[in-house]
Structure formats: C-alpha cells, structure tokens
Design a protein around this ligand. Structure first.
Ligand code: GLP
Length: 251
C-alpha cells in the first residue's frame, strides 16, 4: 500500500480533487466508485469548486456508490443517494443515467445486488474507487466478521456503525436502519485503483491496524493490503498511531 500523509483533511481533499479532475480529462468514460460519510465532504466540496471553475467535466463519467440503507428509497432525505445529491450530483454535469446506486427500496434484494454487479461489469469495472474508513475497520458496509461477503449483498449493521450514521438521521438512532446493501470485498478489490481516505485522530488506531496488522476479516479494510494499487491518504491525526518505518507496507 502506498501511504500519503497530509497536514490536514483539506490538503488531502484538494490534491485528490485535482487528481480526479486530471483523470476525467484523460480517460473517456471514467468509472468512479464513491463513498458517503463525513470524510469525503471536503473532497466533494473541492470537486464542485473545480467543476464550477471549468476544470472538472463529468459529462462522460460514470459513478457507482458503495452502499445504501435498506428500506429507504433514494428520494428519502436520509438516504445515501440524497447525501450524494446534496454534496455532489446536484452541482456537477453528471447525467442521471450515469449515476448508479443500489436501490434500498428494492423488493428482491438478491436480484438488486446482482443487477448492481452486472452494471459495474457492463461499465467495464471501476477505474478509481474512493473509500472512507469506518471506525471499526469497515469499508462500504462490510462490517468486521468471522467471514466477509465477496459480492454485493445485504449487510447487517453493527451498533457502532448505526451510531456513527445517526447524524444523518438528525441524531435519532432508532431511525437508522439495521440493514443496508453494500458492495462486497471482491467488488471493491476489483477496482483498478483504490484511494482510501481517513482523517482525524479518531481513526488513528484503526488506520494502524489496517496498514500494519494482519489481513483479517475482523478489520475488513486490512484486505486493501492485497490490492496492487491501493493508496491510503491520511491527515496527521489519522496517521498518529503508525509505527512508520518498521511497517513493511509503508512506502
Ligand atoms: C459509513 C459508510 C462508509 C464510510 C464510513 C465512514 O458507515 N457506509 O462507506 O466510509 O461510514 O464514515 P465517516 O467518513 O463519516 O467517518
């Protein structure tokens, strides 16, 4: 894994936004995998700023979001789809048909998961997957477990994860769904390039386990160690617990 440490989250967001803008200019039909959460908000803000300055053209890009709450239609203001509309989609030139989202309201979830896998395949796979890090080591909604699901699936959310997502529901924990649809570990690891962004001291312990610990389903993000082109972008707070030079993964 390639580790990059920035002074703060805005510096990381700015460099990544410019990186995405360059890829958009270079690659026709760039396929982006996108996360939700607090972490990517500065990134989306910067991407929107570049778009407004005429430096990020999404007209031919395609996006796939990582996950969605089960039982919420995309029109629900608490859904991840609504989050993406607010922070990115409403502000850039990305047509609706190029935006791909898991339908949290699907009746047949197995079919919905298969539909998503096929759509990713048809798009030619994901070129750049951006990820956030759950404080318990999850990516997407692949929660710590004895075994992980390879493909897009229905995920049961842990208490800590529901609490971490409560802010989206105005702090009302009872309203946070217990299940979600999520890309699986293989779906994520098949992306050609992965950039995991983790910021803030609250992620430091988990970041160290992800990079310096063994590959284990107890820390799903540790599977990124198996990827040929995975980068971890940190601010100083999130990098604080790394032993650095002693880590074989540190470049
Ligand atoms: C949620 C999402 C993840 C995200 C994580 C981290 O649970 N399902 O995809 O990476 O939260 O969120 P934050 O960036 O707010 O710390």
């Amino acid at each position: 894994m390639q580790i990059r440490i920035f002074t703060d989250e805005n510096a990381a967001a700015s460099v990544l936004a410019h990186d995405i803008a360059r890829q958009l200019a270079r690659t026709r039909h760039l396929v982006l995998g996108l996360p939700t959460g607090r972490t990517p908000i500065p990134l989306y803000r910067e991407v929107v700023r570049l778009h407004r300055a005429g430096r990020a053209d999404f007209s031919r890009a395609v996006t796939f979001n990582l996950d969605e709450f089960l039982g919420l239609p995309g029109s629900d203001p608490h859904s991840y789809r609504a989050f993406m509309q607010r922070h990115l989609f409403d502000h850039v030139n990305l047509s609706r048909r190029r935006i791909h989202f898991l339908d949290g309201n699907a009746r047949d979830t197995a079919r919905e998961c298969l539909r998503y896998e096929r759509a990713i395949d048809r798009a030619g796979g994901i070129d750049l997957q951006i990820l956030g890090l759950g404080a318990n080591g999850h990516i997407g909604f692949n929660e710590p477990a004895r075994a992980l699901a390879a493909r897009t699936h229905v995920a049961r959310l842990r208490g800590a994860t529901r609490r971490a997502n409560a802010a989206l529901f105005g702090g009302r924990l009872a309203q946070v769904p217990h299940e979600a649809l999520s890309m699986g570990m293989a779906t994520i690891l098949y992306a050609r390039r992965i950039v995991m962004v983790a910021t803030g001291a609250s992620k430091a312990r988990c970041v160290a386990r992800m990079i310096e610990g063994p590959v284990t389903p107890r820390i799903p993000a540790s599977f990124l160690q198996l990827h040929r082109h995975a980068e971890v972008w940190l601010d100083r707070g999130a990098a604080a617990a790394l032993r650095r030079r002693r880590s074989p993964n540190f470049q």
